[in-house]
Design a protein around this ligand. Structure first.
Ligand code: UD1
Ligand code: MG
Length: 437
């Protein structure tokens, strides 16, 4: 435990021009979850943070709406115009007057950063009683990053941006990861002293290093082990690369936990999905959001689990089945071509091919619930119009449209009676061939 309070500043005011999008960069998603959420979750999951300040600028209103509806402990601060990373952090200073603790600064567009790394980083800062700790990473190709500059005694003395660097500095492979832990009481004064006399005409956050060194404060770097974690998103190509990296971590974790994944390359499973051992996941399965899936299930091929699914053991979710916000209990089968949304399925339920839970009224925009109790079954191509309950062991005949509750052990059928016209085809053939056989 730390005896200092920790707050965070998340930099998210930049435009993200290369995304070529009307959506602010930090609201682009991986597995349906915005980049900014990955970062704030990682910060919060260190267990150290009591308050986050998100610096917003470009499309500020959209970002602010998202933050205020998603995070109770986050507050947005407007930076307009955007004069650089130092100016961005400086915007938070009025909210941190007399704050005697640590401030962790992170970027809102690095979704791969983990809570574990941030926690170790803050611990490192705290254990060494540092005033300023900068996260650094080693890259063979350090292009575009700020370089960590050391003096002849190997002491960390400054960060120099690529555009301001000498050729000797450009050769340095240790770069600034853009994550800082600041002892606010001793270092915050530096923000009033930043200058913008550099190649980009910006107030650089990185200049606080030089300031703190000149004041003989304790300044150190923390070298990141896995430099993948600071991978920043600037384009749709990088967004897809980050999705693949996150997915790879997720499928590897699940396989280590005993899940059989036939083809990790075509299987996408969000990091917030848990799956029990011996469940078999077949190719082309796409799972987003937060879900719990039990043991010994069979999922896919070509299944889509969207979010909020709680699936028990020995459940079959077959091809072209979509599941959203539903509970499915043990030993239930949804084997083919079905949509299960806002539903509760008991155990040993059998859902026939092509069954649809019609959960959405497009006029009222209300979503309603379908309840199908233990042992009940639906025949192929039935539509269950919510809100509705199908009681235990009830049976819905194929092709039925169910708009009322169905009592236990009963059969519900809305099909019109079958008529068979004998020799109908034969007669037609004779009619059209004009009697010439
Ligand atoms: C910054 C660092 C660089 C480091 C790199 C790591 C500075 C001067 N340089 O460079 O040393 O290697 O990150 O990725 O800090 N932002 C604002 N307001 C602004 C400007 C930026 O909120 O006025 C935000 C951006 O949205 C982004 C973050 O700050 O999330 C970093 O800004 P960016 O322009 O990407 O800085 P880099 O040039 O990458
Ligand atoms: Mg950047």
């Amino acid at each position: 435990m730390l005896d200092k309070k920790v707050k965070s500043i998340v930099l998210a005011a930049g435009k993200g021009t290369r995304m070529k999008s009307e959506l602010p960069k930090v609201l682009h998603t991986i597995f349906n979850k915005p980049l900014l959420s990955y970062v704030i979750d990682a910060v919060n999951n260190t267990g150290y943070i009591d308050e986050n300040f998100v610096i917003v600028g470009h499309e500020a209103e959209k970002v602010e709406n998202f933050v205020s509806s998603s995070f109770a402990n986050a507050k947005c601060i407007l930076q307009a115009p955007q004069l650089g990373t130092g100016d961005a952090v400086n915007k938070a200073t009025p909210f941190l007057k007399d704050f005697d603790g640590y401030v962790v600064v992170v970027c809102g567009d690095t979704p791969l950063i983990t809570a574990e790394t941030l926690k170790n980083f803050i611990d490192f800062h705290d254990n060494n009683h540092a005033d300023l700790t900068v996260m650094s990473a080693i890259f063979d190709n350090p292009k575009n990053y700020g370089r960590i500059v050391r003096d002849k005694n190997n002491k960390f003395v400054a960060i120099v941006e690529e555009k301001d660097a000498t050729s000797e500095q450009k050769a340095v492979k240790e770069v600034n990861a853009g994550i800082y832990c600041i002892n606010w009481k001793t270092v915050s004064e530096s923000f009033n002293n930043l200058k913008n006399n550099n190649a980009q005409g910006e107030y650089y956050l990185t200049d606080i290093v030089k300031w703190a060194v000149e004041k003989h404060l304790v300044v150190q770097s923390y070298i990141l082990e896995n430099n993948e974690e600071i991978f920043g998103i600037n384009s749709k190509i990088q967004l897809s690369e980050a999705t693949k990296i996150l997915n790879k971590k997720s499928v590897i974790r699940l396989m280590e936990e005993g899940v059989q994944i036939v083809d990790p390359d075509t299987t996408f499973i969000s990091p917030e999905t848990t799956i029990g051992a011996d469940t078999l996941v077949l190719p082309n399965v796409y799972i987003t959001g937060k879900n719990t899936i039990g043991k010994n299930c069979k999922i896919g091929p070509f299944a889509h689990i969207r979010d909020g699914a709680t699936i028990g053991n020995n459940v079959r979710i077959g091809n072209f089945v979509e599941v959203k916000k539903s509970v499915i209990k043990d030993n239930t089968n949804v084997s083919h071509l079905s949509y299960i949304g806002d539903a509760e399925l008991g155990s040993k339920v059998n859902i026939g091919a092509g069954t649809i839970t019609a959960n959405y009224n497009p006029i009222t925009k209300v979503k309603s619930k379908t309840i199908i109790k233990d042992g009940a079954n639906t025949g192929s191509n039935s539509v269950i119009v919510a809100p509705v309950t199908i009681e235990e062991m009830a049976s819905v005949a194929a092709g039925s449209v169910i708009t009322k509750d169905v009592e236990a052990y009963s059969l519900a059928i809305t099909r019109s009676p079958l008529k068979v016209f004998s020799n109908w085809v034969k007669n037609k053939i004779e009619q059209y061939s004009g009697g010439n056989k």
